[in-house]
Design a protein around this ligand. Structure first.
Ligand SMILES: Cc1cc2nc3c(=O)[nH]c(=O)nc-3n(C[C@H](O)[C@H](O)[C@H](O)COP(=O)(O)OP(=O)(O)OC[C@H]3O[C@@H](n4cnc5c(N)ncnc54)[C@H](O)[C@@H]3O)c2cc1C
Length: 461
C-alpha cells in the first residue's frame, strides 16, 4: 500500500528540537521523509514493500543504537531493525516508525588463531566471506552473497556448508546486543546464556545485535556448481537427487532447483557443494555428474566466496517477491509429483523453486539446544515467486500458495522464520516457543521489538 504524503507526515510529531537533538547525538546520519536520500534508504530487497518510516537512524556505532532506541521509547515510536534489508516480508521497515538501519556498520575483525570472526550487522554475506577467506577460513552462510549476515544468522542460516559445519546459528559463539531498555550486553554460553540461546533462532525479537562472533573453519576451496537437466525429466532427476542427498556424507550438501532459462525452456538443476579434500570430492561427485547425462555440467573447484555468488543473478533485488517455504520430512515420490505438476504451470519465468538439503551437522543438534528448532526436516522446499508487473500480483501469489498447500502434507508443520510469510510464530519457533516467551518477558516485556515474526510477551498481559 502506498501512503499519501499527508498520512506519512501526520503519523509522528516530534518538535524540531527533539529531532535536532537526535541528529546531534548520532554519529551516523539521521534521515527524514523530506531528505533527498529518504526513498533510497527506506527501500528494501522486495519491491512489493513500500513503507514510509517517520525516522531512519543510520547507526554507525553501538552508541547510536542506544540513542535511537531511547528516542523511540520516549516518543512512543514503533521500532524496526534493518540489517541487510533482505527479509522478503519487509519487517525491517514500518510505516510511521523508527527504522534502526545498521547497514553502515560493516566492520569485521578476524582472529585466525581462535578461528573467530567478529562482524558488524551491516555486512552482506559476500563481504563477510571475502574478509574471512583471506585467512583461508569461512563460516556457514547462505547461498546469495547480497543477503544480510545479521538477519540470516539470527533466524537460522541454511547454506552450502550446513552438512559439515551446521547452520549459521550453530556457529554463533557470542554477540553484543542492545536490549529494549538500552543496556549493552555481551552474550555467550557464559554471559546471559538465556539471551544467547534465544538469539540463536529467535530472530529480531530480543534486541539489536551490534556484533556477531562467528566460528570459522578451514575451507581452502569447494567443488561445486550446477548440473542442468531438461524439465521433461524432472521427476526422474528429483528422485535421483533425493537418493544422492540421503546418502551424502557431511562434506556434500546438494540442492535442487527448478528454473526457466532465458530461452523460455524450463530446466531442473542439481547443485552440489563439496567442502572436503578436492580429489575425494571428484570421486564422490563422479556418479552424480554422469547421471542423465546433463545438458550442462558447470561443476568446478572454486573458493567458497564464488560458490556463494552462483545463484545471485537468479534472485535479484528490486523485483516483486512472494515466498513460501515448507520444511519437508522427506522428498517422497508424491511430494516430487506435487512440485513438478505445479512448476509446469508456473506463471512467471523468473520464479525459482529451490530444494535445500538439511543433513549432517545441522541435524545432529538437539531441537532445544538453540532457539532454532527445525532439526527434523531433510529438505526445505523454498518457493521463490518473482515477477515485475503489479498487475500479476494475484496470479503469482495464488500460484505460490497453491504449491505451498499441495506440499504441506509432506512437511513437518514447522516454518523457517527467515522465509515465513504469513506463518504463525508457533510454527516458526516450535518446541522452543514457550521458553522464548519467558525470555521475551524478561528482556522485552513491552514488545518494543515487534516488527518481526513476533514472540508476544505475556508478562504485561
Ligand atoms: C536473495 C535472498 C537469498 C536468501 N538466501 C538464503 C539462504 O541461502 N539461507 C537462508 O537461511 N536464508 C536465506 N534468505 C533469507 C534470509 O535469511 C532472510 O531474508 C534474512 O532476514 C535476511 O537478513 P537481512 O539482515 O538481510 O534482512 P533484514 O530485512 O534487514 O532483517 C530481517 C529481520 O531480521 C531482524 N534483524 C536484522 N538485523 C538485526 C540485528 N542486527 N539485530 C536484531 N535483529 C535484526 C529484524 O527483525 C529484521 O526485520 C535469503 C533471502 C534473500 C532475499
Amino acid at each position: 500500500m502506498v501512503l499519501s504524503e499527508q498520512e506519512r507526515t501526520t503519523d509522528f510529531v516530534a518538535g524540531d528540537d527533539a529531532l535536532r537533538d537526535l541528529r546531534a547525538r548520532l554519529s551516523g546520519p539521521l534521515v527524514l521523509p523530506q531528505d533527498s536520500d529518504y526513498d533510497a534508504v527506506r527501500q528494501v530487497f522486495n519491491a512489493m514493500i513500500d513503507r514510509h518510516p517517520a525516522v531512519i537512524a543510520r547507526c554507525a556505532a553501538t552508541d547510536d543504537v542506544v540513542t535511537a532506541l531511547a528516542f523511540a521509547r520516549n516518543h512512543g515510536l514503533p521500532v524496526s531493525v534493518r540489517g541487510g534489508g533482505h527479509g522478503v516480508t519487509g519487517h525491517c521497515v514500518s510505516d510511521g516508525g523508527l527504522m534502526i538501519d545498521l547497514s553502515l556498520m560493516k566492520g569485521i575483525a578476524v582472529d585466525p588463531d581462535r578461528r573467530v570472526a567478529t562482524a558488524q550487522p551491516g555486512l552482506r554475506l559476500g563481504e563477510f566471506v571475502v574478509a574471512t577467506e583471506r585467512y583461508g577460513l569461512v563460516s556457514p552462510t547462505g547461498t546469495v552473497s547480497d543477503t544480510g549476515l545479521a538477519g540470516l544468522t539470527l533466524g537460522g542460516g541454511y547454506g552450502w556448508l550446513n552438512g559439515m559445519y551446521g547452520m549459521a546459528v550453530d556457529n554463533l559463539v557470542g554477540a553484543e546486543v542492545v536490549t529494549a531498555d538500552g543496556r549493552v550486553l555481551r552474550v555467550s554460553e557464559d554471559e546471559h546464556p538465556d539471551l544467547f540461546w534465544a538469539l540463536r533462532g529467535g530472530s529480531g525479537n530480543f534486541g539489536v545485535v551490534t556484533s556477531f562472533d562467528l566460528r570459522l573453519h578451514p575451507v581452502p576451496q569447494v567443488l561445486g556448481g550446477m548440473l542442468l537437466h531438461p524439465f521433461p525429466r524432472a521427476r526422474e532427476v528429483l528422485r535421483f537427487y533425493r537418493d544422492v542427498a540421503a546418502r551424502a556424507p557431511d562434506e556434500l550438501t546438494v540442492y535442487a532447483a527448478l528454473v526457466t532459462g532465458p530461452d523460455g525452456n524450463q530446466a531442473v538443476g542439481i547443485v552440489p557443494c563439496w567442502c572436503g579434500p578436492l580429489d575425494e570430492g571428484e570421486r564422490v561427485l563422479a556418479p552424480i555428474r554422469a547421471f542423465g547425462p546433463p545438458l550442462a555440467d558447470l561443476i568446478q573447484a572454486m573458493p567458497y566466496s564464488t560458490m556463494n555468488t552462483l545463484v545471485d543473478a537468479a534472485i535479484p533485488s528490486g523485483m516483486r517477491h512472494y515466498w513460501k517455504q515448507n520444511l519437508l520430512r522427506e522428498l517422497s515420490d508424491a511430494a516430487i509429483d506435487a512440485i513438478v505438476d505445479r512448476v509446469a504451470r508456473v506463471p512467471s519465468p523468473r520464479t525459482v523453486v529451490l530444494i535445500d538439503h538439511v543433513h549432517g551437522a545441522a541435524r545432529r543438534v538437539a531441537p532445544t539446544a538453540t532457539a532454532f528448532p527445525h532439526r527434523d526436516a531433510s529438505h526445505g522446499l523454498v518457493m521463490l515467486s518473482m515477477w515485475n508487473d503489479p498487475a500479476e500480483d494475484d496470479r503469482n501469489i495464488g500460484w505460490t500458495r497453491e504449491l505451498a498447500a499441495a506440499t504441506r502434507p509432506f512437511s513437518t508443520g514447522g516454518a523457517y522464520v527467515n522465509e515465513a510469510w504469513d506463518e504463525k510464530p508457533a510454527a516458526a519457533f516450535g518446541v522452543n516457543y514457550e521458553r522464548l516467551v519467558e525470555i521475551k518477558n524478561r528482556y522485552d516485556p513491552t514488545n518494543l521489538f515487534r516488527h518481526n515474526t513476533n514472540i508476544a510477551p505475556t508478562a504485561g498481559a
